[in-house]
Write a protein that binds this ligand. Structure first.
Ligand code: KG4
Ligand code: ZN
Length: 329
């Protein structure tokens, strides 16, 4: 069985052709650079760029894999959550190919695809926890099995990636902010600024990052934003975020599910090596196993959509979905 998948929910235009045994025959990710000058994603520009690039990278993927369109058995695309323009373009594109070729179309939930991405390259036993860290979401899921994925905590305001991006903007760095902050933090002092850890003492598994961003902004306004300030603030912000994530994770593991749980960390922010080190410290102290997807499945990509399609295939063949910018698992 051959699967063709498209991902267009934000500012990455991506397609993947994957075999049922999960061999990737072609995977193309086009990161739209047009948003850099705006310091964040401009939805209308993202839609236009998806429209321009999707057909072109599909042709490239078919060429690279040596597969003809009529050999594809299953088509899929992200149908939410995300920016509605991109969702409509990607899902209508893949759905049209499926109708044209008389093959099924499977709508894929972007969050579920992120959560399932660490199952691609790891042998993971249920029950399992998944920490989803992206530009749009910060969530903790408790997985009983592939079909029972329960949301147990999430951010009540900004997502963690969004916080990285906003702090990066305050510091005059470019978009996306996560990699920029990580780089600057390497040469900074994480104890230079004391930042708040919102919701840390509350008896739930939720997060809040908007106050943290506001604190950074207030401190920045009272200081000269030179290289030393940028480095120290980046390191202090990252340290604070790492402490919040580690604290909440421990809370979940200790208070709710005092069993032999393992944890996946998925989404674009899972690229961050400092945060990985924070999780490694938990692993060493509390013997909790941490899993990550392959690097190319951390940021938005169509390979995770294809992989989720293969896992979902037996459960759903639904042409009657509606793209939904607020879709939840
Ligand atoms: O998963 P993703 O590609 O898209 C969404 O579904 O949102 O995540 C994008 C987010 C951006 O906010 C970006 O700044 C962040 O991931 N990110 C990072 C790093 N690389 C990407 N954040 C922290 N450290 C990184 N190395
Ligand atoms: Zn994503």
């Amino acid at each position: 069985m051959l699967v063709f998948s498209a991902e267009t929910s934000c500012d990455e235009t991506s397609v993947c052709i994957m075999k049922e045994d999960k061999t990737i025959l072609s995977h193309i990710v086009y990161s739209q650079e047009i948003h850099t000058e705006y310091g964040g994603v401009v939805p209308e520009l993202a839609s236009r760029a998806h429209l321009e690039i999707l057909q072109q990278i599909t042709k490239e993927a078919l060429k690279e894999s040596g597969i003809k369109l009529n050999e594809i058995d299953l088509f899929s695309a992200t149908c939410g959550p995300g920016l509605i323009g991109g969702l409509l373009i990607g899902s209508t594109f893949a759905k049209s190919l499926s109708i044209g070729n008389g093959k099924p179309f499977i709508p894929i939930n972007h969050l579920e695809a992120h959560v399932l991405s660490s199952f691609y390259n790891n042998e993971i036993k249920f029950p399992h926890l998944s920490l989803l860290l992206t530009g749009g979401h910060t969530q903790i899921y408790f997985l009983e099995n592939y079909n029972k994925i329960n949301l147990i905590g999430e951010t009540i305001d900004d997502a963690i990636g969004e916080a990285f991006d906003k702090v990066s903007k305050i510091l005059g760095l470019s978009y996306p902010g996560g990699p920029e902050i990580e780089k600057k933090a390497l040469k900074g002092n994480g104890n230079a600024f004391k930042l708040p850890q919102p919701l840390i003492n509350e008896d739930n598994f939720n997060f809040s990052f908007s106050g943290l961003k506001t604190s950074v902004n207030l401190i920045a306004k009272k200081n000269i934003i030179d290289e030393s300030f940028i480095r120290n603030m980046s390191a202090s912000f990252q340290k604070c975020v790492g402490a919040i994530l580690a604290f909440k994770l421990k809370k979940v593991i200790n208070k709710l599910y005092n069993k032999n749980l393992s944890v996946s960390v998925v989404g674009g922010v899972a690229n961050n090596d400092y945060l990985k080190q924070c999780f490694k410290n938990i692993k060493e102290r509390d013997a909790i196993e941490f899993f990550y997807p392959p690097k190319y499945m951390m940021n938005d990509n169509a390979a995770m959509i294809a992989w989720a399609t293969i896992l979902k295939y037996k459960n759903s063949h639904d042409l009657n979905f509606k793209p939904n910018p607020r879709l939840s698992i």
